[in-house]
Design a protein around this ligand. Structure first.
Ligand SMILES: NC(=O)c1ccc[n+]([C@@H]2O[C@H](COP(=O)([O-])OP(=O)(O)OC[C@H]3O[C@@H](n4cnc5c(N)ncnc54)[C@H](OP(=O)(O)O)[C@@H]3O)[C@@H](O)[C@H]2O)c1
Ligand SMILES: [Zn+2]
Length: 358
């Protein structure tokens, strides 16, 4: 199962909104096949593993991170009948499929065909890998990752919100690898005004181009911002409470309810869920970061810490993260800490994410 999990993780960024799945086939104590779900709409892990078998899989054990599928109204044929046809004797499963069309039915069909099924093996780790899939299918909202960089003296920008390059080149590469594996990237209007970001993945192999999102209750985004100027080529979504927004090419406005004079963040997430956004990366300043944390809406936090202090007064200071780190690693001269929110409804295990180890 450990190996199946590693295989599954290769699908991050390629398979969403599907779950990541890995499969290992064992016969007489030897691995005879390996596979994972490689791309949305393409073959699942089990047929890929069976196609790779170096021996006839009849009588073998299939170890799969997710319950094999049995429903037919989808792009690929169901996996349960193909496991039965191949003569697999035993199936070991990480977690059942939360999809109500499958949820236990795959296991029941395997057992009805005389196949031994052992389920919930490394269950928490398997579910943690697919936390974004659980967020969308069970809670109709994206998985939320906050990511920020802070200086050695805990600052996120310069005095009076002037832009500062805090992270080094290795951290920047990591940030772009991360961007190209998520479905949407959001910033506040304050960060648009301060930093004028593009929010595109650059200088890394492009897996997917995330949707660019601005959280802007009072529509303070300037029309001259790079995000707006480039929206024609790569769309931008602005969440706002302002009615009758301007007609900016490539920009979609989402009328959003208010909460305490700001955007109601739960409504924002719900709306992104209807757009099938599985994984939302937020690159917040300190106030937006605190708002997500205080409302228990951050599932995961990545903090890049630079060893260099800024020594500035009246500069935005990073919030403290109140959870234990799941991972700390070097990124060039910086360090990366990954924190999983144990109070999140999609927290299953304090297991470091595969993409934090890229
Ligand atoms: N180091 C980094 O990784 C990093 C990343 C991003 C930004 N920054 C820096 O951070 C600075 C900007 O920080 P900031 O604190 O001004 O901006 P911010 O934290 O990005 O955003 C502040 C905005 O968030 C919204 N907000 C605040 N509380 C909210 C709540 N409870 N619910 C919903 N929305 C809420 C408000 O916008 P509305 O008025 O629209 O409600 C508020 O103006 C800049 O210097 C920028 O360079 C650094
Ligand atoms: Zn399947």
């Amino acid at each position: 199962m450990r190996e199946a999990l590693i295989l599954a993780a290769r699908g991050r960024g390629y398979v969403e909104p599907n779950p990541m799945v890995g499969c290992v086939i064992l016969k007489a104590g030897h691995v005879i096949g390996r596979g994972h779900h490689q791309k949305f709409g393409e073959l699942h892990a089990e047929p890929n593993a069976m196609a790779s078998c170096t021996e006839d899989p009849r009588g073998a054990t299939a170890i799969v991170t997710l319950e094999p599928c049995c429903h037919t109204d989808k792009k690929t044929p169901p996996c349960v009948p193909s496991l039965i046809r191949a003569g697999i004797a035993r199936v070991v499963i990480g977690h059942t499929d939360p999809n109500p069309q499958v949820s236990g039915n795959g296991i029941a069909q395997l057992r009805a065909a005389g196949i031994e099924v052992i389920s919930d093996v490394m269950n928490a780790q398997c579910r943690q890998l697919n936390a974004p899939f659980f967020a969308l299918t069970q809670f109709a909202r994206p998985y939320v990752t906050l990511k920020w960089a802070q200086s050695a003296d805990g600052l996120m920008g310069g005095a009076g919100n002037t832009p500062r390059q805090i992270s080094g080149s290795e951290s920047n590469r990591f940030m772009h690898m991360l961007r190209t594996r998520c479905d949407a990237i959001a910033v506040s209007a304050d960060t648009v005004i301060a930093d004028d970001p593009m929010l595109t993945p650059r200088r890394v192999p492009i897996i997917r181009t995330p949707l660019r999102v601005i959280l802007d209750a009072h529509l303070r985004t300037p029309p001259t911002a790079k995000l707006i100027q480039s929206a024609d080529a790569s769309p931008v979504h602005i969440f706002t409470t302002v009615g009758n927004p301007p007609n900016w090419p490539g920009v979609t406005f989402h009328q959003t309810p208010t909460a305490d004079g700001h955007l109601d963040l739960r409504s924002v997430l719900r709306e992104l869920g209807t757009m099938k956004i599985t994984h939302l990366l937020i690159e917040p300043g300190p106030r937006l970061a605190k708002a997500f944390m205080q409302q228990n809406l951050a599932d995961r936090i990545w903090v890049i810490r630079s060893p260099v202090p800024l020594h500035e007064t009246k500069a935005p200071a990073a919030p403290d993260v109140p959870y234990p780190a799941a991972l700390c690693r070097d990124l060039g001269i910086d360090t990366l800490s990954e924190y999983l929110n144990p109070g999140s409804e999609v927290f299953f295990a304090n297991a470091a994410s595969p993409e934090s180890q890229l």
